[in-house]
Design a protein around this ligand. Sequence first.
Ligand SMILES: Nc1ncnc2c1ncn2[C@@H]1O[C@H](COP(=O)(O)OS(=O)(=O)O)[C@@H](OP(=O)(O)O)[C@H]1O
Length: 600
Amino acid sequence: MLSQPRRWIRDQSPGSVTSCVRRGLCSRRHSLWILLILLVVCIAIQTFVARQARNDKLTGLPHLRSVNKQHLFPTVLNVWESIQSLTAKTDVKSPQTDRTADVHQQNEGYRKQLDYILSKHVDNLAIDSQTEARKVSAGKPLLPKHGASLGLQVPLALNSTRKSFISDTPNPPSLLKAHINSVPTKETCHPKSHIVFLKTHKTASSTILNILYRYGESRNLTFALPLNKHSQLFYPFSFASHFVEGVSSRSLREFHIMCNHMRFRKYEVAKVMPRDTFYFSILRNPVAMMESIFIYYKSIPAFHKTHSLDNFLDNSWKNYNSSVTNNHYAHNILAFDFGFDNNVAPGADDLEERTSMAIAAIERDFHLILISEYFDESMILLKHALCWSLEDIVSFKLNSRSEKSRHPLLPETAEKIKRWNALDWRIYLHFNTSFWLKVDSLVGQEQMKREVSQLRELQTKLANSCLKDGGAVDPSKIKDVGLKPFQYGAAVIQGYNLNPDLDTQTKIKCQRLITPELQYTDRLYTQQFPELAAKHKQETKGVSPRRQRSDRTGMTGRAWARDAHYRQMMRRKFSNLKNQKALTSALLPLTDANNNTSMP
Ligand SMILES: Nc1ncnc2c1ncn2[C@@H]1O[C@H](COP(=O)(O)OS(=O)(=O)O)[C@@H](OP(=O)(O)O)[C@H]1O
């Protein structure tokens, strides 16, 4: 029955086909169908346009849509997809699995997933990662270049260190191994500009922040800067999207780059960052890190009565009270910054399980983890992952202590630190392995060596052209006070002087390279929020001269005024809460945190 009309049409001459179509269109039944189809198409187009308009309004940054949609680095993408399939296998549902899902659903998914993972019931995932963590801890630790000065028996050569570690680790993490051969091509490599950098403490993170600031500033990218001109995203509070200037629960918007100190919380970060954002962070050997932290944060309650790091470590059970504000700097601070509970006793039964869960969560949330001891190699890896150029990743070492405020450690002290910070130590070992696997898969050893030497050459050239005396100097010798880094604790933080005879263009470029974190954050805030910055300036004018000077704790007048403003806002926010304790606990640690952490 159905084949007959078709044959009939085929048998007609073209002229009679036209008249047949005309007849068909004229028949009432057919015209009704055509009208119905047209109606459906119209409704679909309208819905699509309305949705687009709503999204643009929500982000508040329609121009972001014109930014090239970034593609994840193929290898990273594959790894990411594998992580997803792994988590799917284990019934831990990743919100990213459904890439078309609404952003809020996605964030909600993250929250649930995080809660779920951090609860003690992720049996399968824990078992998988635990096996990996055991492999890692069974291997010889990969030690830093500066190991010798820390009293560690360390081979210094990069290759030998690396090989010994990898050969002692029988199976590299399976996910990375599976994707070791995917190398990006020029066609798939588009420079990324949606970036989250988790700024960890005392890990060379200020140098990376400076790289990101320069990249973003020169391309007019937007930064998710701390609310109210703070220098940090309200660290040590767990991050919330409304800590970002210009964001409130009623008006969400997206930014290109987020990189100030925060305590990481993925589902909140994802609310203000585009979906194709590249997440990365950096770790440092906890031994070297603790030596630096002990000097810098000497005034925190855990340290201030102790006369040496050994003294603290020998009596940590007595000196360390985890519930006292700012003591987190003294114990597993890497884990703390990544958002985990840092209070894990050295010999705790659940240490391995908690390590595995932390590693699994970091691997899920971050595309790349760098290693401070291999800073130049890290930058090359970052350059490849972001599809940036060599010029984009040049830097001068920022926030470094002068030799006189360093204290070489004995081998026994190093062992005590590893034991005390057992969680951090294990996390570090794991990502040290994955770092070198990524070097192999993304760059290759030979190319890495070549590019590292190109980078160093470029940096030497820049140092010769930009810097007076060619390198860092003590703060007392810095001529331009605007370029003086923040000084804190018992540390002497070095800075730079510019060559006096630079032409304007070179001077701007060189100045950006040496601008310390606080000053640079301030400048970007003023550029991005000129009206708010002017308002802040007005507000701080009324602050008494005594307050304008740095107070005993190091909080400048401006920071103090900002803090006062924030307190007022928090008071308003908590005013209708029955439990006023919430306000007190929100404000008390804030002042301490600002006192102790409003620094580069
Ligand atoms: N390029 C490079 N390579 C290796 N190490 C570097 C580099 N840049 C900074 N640093 C060292 O990092 C330490 C400061 O870290 P941060 O900037 O993260 O500190 S802070 O938390 O923001 O205050 C600080 O370590 P210490 O000097 O041991 O304190 C810096 O010397």
